[in-house]
Design a protein around this ligand. Structure first.
Ligand SMILES: [Zn+2]
Ligand SMILES: [Zn+2]
Length: 428
């Protein structure tokens, strides 16, 4: 199946131009067979394939057989991360080649893509994405999420020009990877709710078409989660399609608003290791747990709001004490303070929230309750609890209070700081 990307760039009722930089997306069995033709059509006679030793076995070798004249960079997967070391390892091998490539091919899942995307941007080269697992929604991202000298950073990077997703390859990925992609996608339930609530209260820009696109994709993949667990080709293709769509949604809007809300902020907080030791979970696994926690808080808050058991206050200032207590590392604290300048709650007044209450309740109703989410995640064989990512239950409440500060973005989790409830809606 070829996805017609021009469809997404069409004029939209939201009034903003939606720019799509990906030229073509293929999701089908045997998709990599198209590579020689696609390279020829694009005028690339010499390129370099980037993979790690695992993805070389899964797909890199087959890609190399199809493009025998292309160079190959194989990275050692042990301790391979999207950081300055990963980039240096890849560049060393690239620089040892006789010729500078015309194009880079990323054959892998998250890390190989971020490294390739970063180098492609640095060298002004186009890159082609060959995903080996339906593990994240970032394949068509325009930014690279890197850890640079120990700090998490997002760098401007290039989106792939082409995505060639071969379901014979990614449906056979280790189950944990595709389950993690399922979780990353399910996280859109709270991400979209956060966006819509912010829009309802502050008038922040929102595109209905982008939201609809994402809800449609969510609906399809929530129908048969067992088949994703079983590695069924068709359902894995649907998952890959939905993940790529989520990436396109970010391109259409120009930032990660449609794909990242309270659930991702929790994942980012744990990655900062400020209140917890290092955890070895995949991106989607952390999002999974964040989603279940956020849904719980949102539904409990909605219940209290319905009972009228709340009052509103505001504008609410940044909780400096909490931040100083929680982020002991000076640089990290500075980064957090930067994210909160200006304070996203600065102009959020009680009146505006009160007026939007019926809409807020309606939006929260669209998020599946924690039990429903846990059941879906369970059926897909995905992670659903703190224990599974080796974090204690006692971290939940602290996470809920602190995580809204990790990004300069208004979520309902952040807005809850304007509510005073009769009964505690947080975990504890
Ligand atoms: Zn739009
Ligand atoms: Zn994500």
């Amino acid at each position: 199946m070829k996805i017609d990307v021009s469809e997404f760039a069409k004029p939209c009722d939201c009034g903003r131009p939606h720019e799509i930089s990906v030229r073509g997306i293929w999701i089908e069995q045997g998709a990599i067979q198209r590579l020689p033709g696609l390279m020829k059509d694009s005028g690339w006679s010499w390129g370099v394939i980037l993979c790690d030793e695992n993805t070389y076995r899964a797909a890199g070798a087959a890609v190399q057989a199809l493009l025998p004249s292309f160079g190959l960079v194989t990275l050692n997967p042990e301790n391979l991360h999207a950081n300055e070391h990963g980039v240096a390892m890849a560049e060393q091998q690239l620089d040892a080649m006789e010729q500078a490539p015309q194009v880079l091919l990323a054959v892998g899942s998250g890390t190989v893509h971020d490294i390739t995307r970063f180098i492609a941007h640095k060298r002004g080269l186009p890159f082609v994405s060959v995903p080996t697992a339906a593990s994240v929604d970032g394949f068509v991202s325009t930014v690279a999420a890197m850890t640079w000298n120990g700090c998490k950073k997002t760098f401007p990077a290039v989106a792939p020009v082409l995505v060639v997703a071969d379901s014979d390859i990614f449906s056979r990925a280790p189950h944990r990877l595709n389950a993690s992609g399922f979780s990353d996608l399910l996280g859109k339930y709270t991400a979209l709710a956060d966006w819509k609530i912010a829009h309802a209260v502050t008038g922040e820009y929102l595109c209905d078409r982008v939201c609809r696109m994402e809800y449609d994709a969510l609906r399809v993949i929530c129908e048969k989660p067992e088949e994703i667990r079983a590695g069924g080709v068709e359902s894995c293709e649907q998952l890959m399609y939905a993940l790529l769509l989520s990436g396109l949604a970010m391109q259409m809007v120009g930032n990660s608003r449609p794909a990242s809300g309270a659930e991702h902020h929790m994942s980012h907080l744990w990655e900062m290791e400020a209140i917890n030791p290092h955890i070895d979970a995949l991106h989607g696994e952390k999002v999974s747990v964040g989603l279940v926690l956020a849904s719980g808080v949102y539904h409990r808050a909605a219940e209290e709001i319905r009972r009228g058991a709340y009052r509103l206050r505001g504008p609410v200032e940044v909780e400096m004490d909490l931040l100083h207590r929680s982020f002991r590392d000076k640089e990290m604290l500075e980064g957090i303070l930067e994210e909160n300048t200006p304070n996203p709650l600065e102009n959020v007044l009680p009146d505006a929230i009160e007026k939007a209450i019926p809409e807020i309740l309606r939006i929260i109703d669209e998020i599946p309750a924690p039990d429903a989410l846990i059941s879906l995640l369970d059926r897909a064989g995905a992670v659903k609890s703190l224990a599974e990512i080796h974090l204690p239950d006692s971290i939940a409440e602290q996470t809920e209070h602190l995580s809204p500060y990790v990004r300069a973005r208004l979520t309902f989790m952040r807005m809850l700081k304007c509510f005073v409830f009769e009964k505690d809606v947080f975990q504890g």
